[in-house]
Design a binder for this molecule. Structure first.
Ligand code: PNS
Length: 180
């Protein structure tokens, strides 16, 4: 009898594991990914079995980097984290979360100024899909002033963004803005 239950465990435990995996989706424009984003990814990776960093197409925001470029920059930044993957999505976030069987959406909260937009988005996403929870995470305090927009502005004006983004993102910014 014990032997049968052991066999059952061997056969079904990988499936059970997959079934009960806690998956979080971390969506954003990531134009480009900053050290603040990466800090949130690393924190989320400790709490969830799998974290999917989902780069939104978001053409309305007229991004500096193409969707594919933003995705590649994220992919390279998270390659050392075994339970983190990069992906791209277009359309409704809640539809994407369903497609990837996610339970939660991760968003970084830096300051009170982020709150209103994030609150609206979280509640709207809840209206669209009750099952999906939004979880807010605070990046390290040294990154609270950081945003992709400010990083792009500094890079555009010839400032050093080395402390704010991973090295490969800094290189991509230099190429994009022809600062090399
Ligand atoms: O990094 P950002 O620009 O603040 O990310 C915003 C993002 C991509 C998370 C948000 O615009 C989004 O979820 N876009 C997908 C379209 C969607 O679902 N819109 C309704 C949100 S309530």
């Amino acid at each position: 009898m014990e032997c049968i239950s052991d066999l059952w465990m061997v056969i079904f435990s990988p499936f059970a594991k997959l079934l009960f995996m806690r998956i979080a989706i971390y969506p954003g424009s990531f134009d480009p990914l900053t050290n603040g984003h990466l800090d949130v990814v690393q924190r989320a990776a400790k709490l969830f079995d799998q974290v999917i960093v989902a780069v939104a197409k978001n053409e309305d925001k007229r991004p500096l980097f193409t969707l594919k470029q933003r995705y590649e920059l994220v992919k390279q930044a998270v390659q050392h984290l075994p339970n983190v993957e990069a992906d791209m999505f277009d359309g409704l976030l809640v539809a994407y979360v369903e497609k990837r069987a996610g339970q939660a959406v991760i968003r970084g909260l830096r300051a009170v100024s982020d709150f209103e937009f994030e609150f609206q988005m979280a509640l709207m996403n809840r209206k669209l899909n009750e099952r999906i929870e939004t979880i807010f995470m605070m990046p390290k305090d040294t990154y609270t002033f950081l945003s992709s927009r400010i990083v792009k502005e500094i890079a555009r004006l010839g400032g050093d963004v080395g402390a704010f983004v991973p090295v490969h993102v800094q290189a991509a910014l230099a190429i994009k803005l022809k600062k090399i």
